[in-house]
Design a protein around this ligand. Structure first.
Ligand code: GZL
Length: 313
């Protein structure tokens, strides 16, 4: 077919638009909501017929959504896999139906590598390492007991961010993780778990820092610390990941210290990979990596907040 732009490609004399189904995890965090908003805008730009199924963070709902997209005969399927395992059967069904699958923002276990076209994700081990290295630098050799709010159990990004952080603090014997528990990437659970950490750690006096796998859990933790009469951002350091608007508001108020940015635009590169694959047979790389950037209170947090506040978080 002649080289055509965007998602229109000639099928016989008839130009057809691509139909793509997205099995989205849910709306557990501000970042996830922004990813959904941005993906719709990116689809519109490319004249793609985009169908999003919200799984309320349940894998069985994601599997049902994928089966439904296969039955509809969509041109491609996007999947943000809530956990890294349990996908083989349903992804094999998509493969048998010759429907390419693209992973967004999380991975599945490496054994399933041949079951998807490409994965558009950040390097989540690197994100954790950047967070750990920032804390080591900021602790400056002083003893620093850390409590960790993990993401969803079994999610590739939670496993990776935990490993990366441990790598980042490995060389500093003064920085130690003393408690670690999942807050499932939500504000509510992050607050609840932080309350239990404060109780278990002498009212919080022995806590030097909080590391949260996403900003939403940190926003919850900040509320818990303030309600316990503690001073997040000064007495207790905070470092988290996503760079959502509210963490910059907290930084500007002196209640948060650092965040590692994760772009919500995973769908743009995914759409482009599918269009090139469908119209020109171009095989994309197995991994399309998005950038990560550390922000601290020194980076004019209020200006960053203003630049992000209307992006759909
Ligand atoms: C990371 C993404 C995570 C975000 C959280 O790529 O999967 O899921 O960091 C979201 O905010 O819940």
């Amino acid at each position: 077919a002649s080289a055509v732009s965007g998602a229109l490609f000639s099928v016989g004399a008839q130009a057809a638009e691509l139909t793509i189904g997205f099995s989205q995890i849910g709306s557990e965090s501000g970042w996830r909501a922004a990813e959904t908003t941005v993906s719709k805008a990116e689809a519109k730009k490319r004249n793609i017929n985009f169908k999003i199924a919200d799984a309320q963070q349940k894998q069985e709902n994601q599997i049902k959504a994928i089966r439904s997209f296969v039955a509809q005969g969509v041109d491609a399927i996007f999947l943000a896999p809530v956990v890294a395992t349990g996908w083989d059967a349903v992804l094999k069904e998509a493969q048998e139906a010759k429907i390419p699958v693209v992973l967004l923002d999380r991975d599945i276990d490496p054994a399933g590598k041949n079951l998807y076209l490409t994965a558009v994700t950040s390097d989540s081990v690197h994100e954790g390492k950047v967070a750990g290295q920032w804390l080591v630098k900021t602790a400056g050799g002083k003893p620093c007991n850390v409590v960790e709010l993990q993401g969803t159990v079994g999610a590739s990004v939670a496993t990776n961010r935990k490993k990366g952080f441990e790598d980042g603090i490995a060389g500093a014997s003064n920085v130690k993780i003393v408690r670690s528990q999942t807050g499932d990437f939500t504000r509510a659970k992050g607050k609840e778990v932080m309350e239990s950490f404060i109780k278990a750690e002498g009212g919080g006096k022995t806590i030097c820092a909080v590391y949260a796998h996403n900003d939403d859990m940190m926003v919850g933790a900040i509320q818990a610390m303030k309600e316990a009469g503690l001073k997040p951002g000064t007495e207790i350091l905070t470092v988290s990941i996503d760079a959502v608007p509210d963490i910059f508001k907290a930084m500007a108020a002196g209640e948060a210290n650092a965040t590692v940015e994760l772009t919500p635009n995973m769908a743009g590169p995914a759409f482009d990979a599918v269009i090139a694959y469908k119209t020109k047979g171009t095989m994309p790389p197995k991994w399309i990596q998005t950038e990560s950037k550390l922000y601290t209170q020194a980076d004019n947090p209020m200006a960053v907040y203003e630049s992000k506040k209307d992006l759909g978080y």
